[in-house]
Design a protein around this ligand. Structure first.
Ligand SMILES: [Ca+2]
Ligand SMILES: [Ca+2]
Length: 311
């Protein structure tokens, strides 16, 4: 299978053509990270000051000459605080996920419209209606329209699915048993009982918006729960800035049991995350892709991320 990430699907455009320069730097970033991904703090701070000045100059130039956005290079490095863990069940993983909730901060802003001043957003998939759950597709903008939480998904085919719950009108099997009868035996849940996956591919992208609008946004942290990660190098999270620069990436830790393991990987960073790319396992879900040996099929449960702030 090719390791190349699929091309991005068309993005939703900002409401003002040509972009704008305000808000590209968020105030109040801290340097309290417990682990760092290259570079030193002083250099980054100086870079940010310089970047603000350049952006201001570019904005003035753009206003005078009516030209478009000038893409400037992002900071060379970012501070990253990482929380990760694996467990046999939801109770075992709860401590890890709660640590990450604390790191992102309260409150959980639910489906509140617009960017809130603090806190985080979560998606556990469990409230997704039957009509948008397996065997039906989940609209890729469901969590910025019906449930406005500021995320829109994309992939090579833009097909996504939330698993059926145990009481649904079409008697669809839980945990993606509709796609392969093996899957209910290998996938566990962190938040019962719906799970999430791209369909026809094992790679997807997440872009952020001011919740309920098409105004692009960035976040300062993202984490997700995965189930049945069997191989150490099959599943990963990548974070990118608005210039397409890689901020950070890491493989998701593999579970310590054959089936239904839960894994969590989440980071908070002082960089502005414009896009998250997720690779789930090394095979997409399908009737012929049975999990085992060198074939690792993985799906996702809870997403947790910092409050989307407008770009
Ligand atoms: Ca769930
Ligand atoms: Ca697996």
């Amino acid at each position: 299978m090719s390791s190349a990430f699929p091309p991005a699907a068309p993005r939703i455009s900002p409401r003002t053509p040509g972009g704008r320069f305000t808000g590209l730097d968020s105030p109040g970033t801290s340097n309290t990270g417990t682990s760092y991904f290259g570079g030193n703090i002083l250099m980054r701070q100086n870079t940010r000051v310089l970047r603000r000045r350049l952006l201001g100059l570019a904005a003035a130039t753009a206003a005078a000459a009516s030209v478009g956005v000038v893409a400037l290079a992002p900071p060379a490095s970012a501070a990253v605080t990482k929380i990760e863990g694996t467990a046999a069940d939801a109770a075992g993983l709860a401590t890890t996920v709660n640590l990450y909730r604390t790191l992102l901060g309260d409150p959980n802003n639910g489906s509140a419209l617009g960017s809130q001043p603090a806190g985080r957003r979560e998606i556990n998939w469990d409230g997704t209606p039957d009509a948008q759950s397996a065997p039906n597709a989940l609209p890729r903008d469901f969590f910025n329209t019906t449930a406005p939480r500021g995320v829109v998904f994309s992939s090579s085919n833009n097909r996504f699915q939330v698993s059926a719950d145990s009481a649904n009108p079409t008697n669809t099997p839980v945990r993606f048993g509709n796609l392969n009868p093996q899957y209910p035996n290998i996938f566990g849940t962190f938040s019962p009982e719906r799970l999430f996956t791209p369909v026809g591919t094992n790679q997807m992208r997440i872009n952020f918006f001011q919740p309920g609008s098409n105004w692009p946004a960035t976040v300062k942290g993202f984490g997700a729960v995965f189930t049945d990660v069997d191989l150490a190098n099959s599943t990963k999270i990548e974070l990118y800035d608005q210039w397409g620069g890689l901020i950070w990436w890491q493989h998701v830790p593999r579970g310590q049991q054959a089936n239904k393991s839960l894994s969590f990987l989440g980071v908070k960073t002082d960089a502005d995350i414009y896009e998250v790319r997720i690779t789930t396992g090394n095979r997409p879900l399908s009737a012929t892709n049975n999990d085992g040996g060198s074939w690792d099929v993985v799906v996702m449960d809870d997403f947790l991320y910092a409050e989307p702030q407008p770009l």
